[in-house]
Design a protein around this ligand. Structure first.
Ligand code: FAS
Ligand code: PHB
Length: 389
């Protein structure tokens, strides 16, 4: 097989990149390790920045999001039993869209199908060859047969555990990591959300987040030991612990019900540099991971796709190569800023096992400053809705 851009990974970044390139006449093949059903079974992000929403509309995959998504003009923070609002609209005139990553991915698959996009599922042994030459190629095994894709560029959209980042030589790759001493225990329940907007809660028992997918589908998280067995957390145990961490009026109002999904995710900050090696580009989680506290993971994958799709389109249309040359620097400039914000939100809202009384007072001072300062709230708002591309 031959294509112009071989894309490894059929998650949101691989699908969005493939769709944007195809719309400009650039041929791609997407190689995905899992089945489509498995990819669509994942429950992940829930908050979309304007930049991602606009890319989905540009890709012809934004219509259901605009119909079914929820526009949120602010978010709620809770601490010591109090709740206060960060008014995105009033402070900076912007908002976010609440619409699950699962639905984003489903809409992108549907858009690829409408264009007969080439996506090969259930591939094994994906290997990138000669990425540092002008003739890269990718091999993989499908139904026991090894196959080969000759291409001009390779986009590694294969997430944190993929092969793309590992293809870059250790002598070239620089990796930065911070692992947080806790995880997020999340559940999905067919219950009405506890509030009209998200609630991020700092509590002495630990962090909690109340989110949603629609008027009868709620997404909740509590900070928990990352090695806790899921069996330790019955639904009732989860609901009781969540209620303890919320202001009384929210806890009293909460409608509980059986979980339809329950999982514990580790939290880490991770960045790999550079995001290009020869004709291989790293995109999304293949290059960076942020703790989900700032709702940036999926949105950073989108800005990477923005930079790379623009660069490849201008290269093929105008033989303009500056976008390719500056892709890594441009993407990383935004990634580091979003990583800082995600680290700051995580540090401000979670309880750390080793934190001292001084650390606790710093958290309380930070939250009090946020509650009472327009400047502090504006800084949070502009980072949360998404810094410019
Ligand atoms: P993805 O990991 O989504 O997709 C990579 C794809 O590549 C996968 O489909 C995988 O099967 C495939 N792949 C891997 N190796 C391959 C190989 N060798 N060959 C072929 N295919 C291969 N972000 C938020 O903003 N908010 C959240 O609440 C949130 N929660 C999360 C919870 C969990 C458990 C995880 C893991 C992530 C969460 N994230 C969250 C981050 C998440 O949304 C990512 O940022 C987003 O999925 C990034 O998209 P991709 O870069 O496409 O990577
Ligand atoms: C979610 O709805 O899954 C969600 C929302 C906001 C976050 C993280 C996760 O910061």
């Amino acid at each position: 097989m031959r294509t112009q851009v071989c894309i490894i990974g059929g998650g949101p970044s691989g699908l969005l990149l493939s769709q944007l390139l195809h719309l400009k006449g650039i041929d791609t093949i997407v190689l995905e390790r899992q089945s489509r059903a498995y990819v669509l079974s994942r429950i992940r992000a829930g908050v979309l920045e304007t930049g991602l929403c606009n890319l989905l509309r540009k890709a012809g995959a934004g219509e259901r999001m605009d119909r079914e998504g929820f526009i949120h003009g602010g978010t709620l923070l809770a601490a010591e039993g109090r709740k206060f609002r960060i008014d995105f609209d009033g402070l900076i005139g912007k908002s976010v869209m609440v619409y699950g990553q699962t639905e984003v991915t489903r809409d992108l698959y549907d858009a690829r199908d409408r264009m007969d996009g080439k996506i090969i599922h259930d591939v094994d042994g994906t290997t990138i060859h000669s990425a540092d030459t002008d003739a890269p190629y990718v091999t993989f095994v499908k139904d026991g047969t090894e196959q080969r894709v000759d291409c001009e560029w390779v986009a590694g959209c294969d997430g944190f555990h993929g092969v793309s980042r590992k293809t870059i030589p250790d002598s070239v790759l620089r990796q930065y990591e911070k692992v947080y001493p806790f995880g997020w225990l999340g559940i999905l329940s067919e219950t009405p959300p506890v509030d009209d907007e998200l609630i991020y809660a700092n509590h002495e028992r630990g962090f909690a987040l109340c989110s949603m997918r629609n008027a009868n589908l709620s997404r909740y998280y509590i900070q928990a030991p990352v090695d806790d067995p899921l069996g330790k957390w019955s639904d009732d145990t989860f609901w009781d612990e969540l209620r303890r961490r919320l202001p009384a009026e929210a806890a009293d109002r909460m409608v509980t019900g059986p979980s339809i999904e329950k999982s514990i995710a580790p939290l880490r900050s991770f960045i790999a540099e550079p995001m290009r090696w020869g004709r291989l580009f790293l995109v999304g989680d293949a290059a960076h991971i942020v703790p989900p506290t700032g709702a940036k993971g999926l949105n950073l994958a989108a800005s990477d796709v923005h930079y790379l799709s623009d660069a490849l389109i201008r290269l093929y249309d105008e033989n303009y190569s500056a976008g390719i040359e500056t892709y890594s620097a441009n993407a990383l400039a935004r990634v580091w800023k979003a990583s800082r914000f995600s680290w700051w939100m995580t540090s401000t809202l979670h309880r750390f096992p080793t934190q001292t009384a001084f650390d606790q007072n710093m958290q309380e001072a930070e939250l009090s400053y946020l509650e009472n300062s327009r400047a502090a709230q504006t800084a949070l708002a502009e980072n949360y809705v998404g810094l410019p591309y």
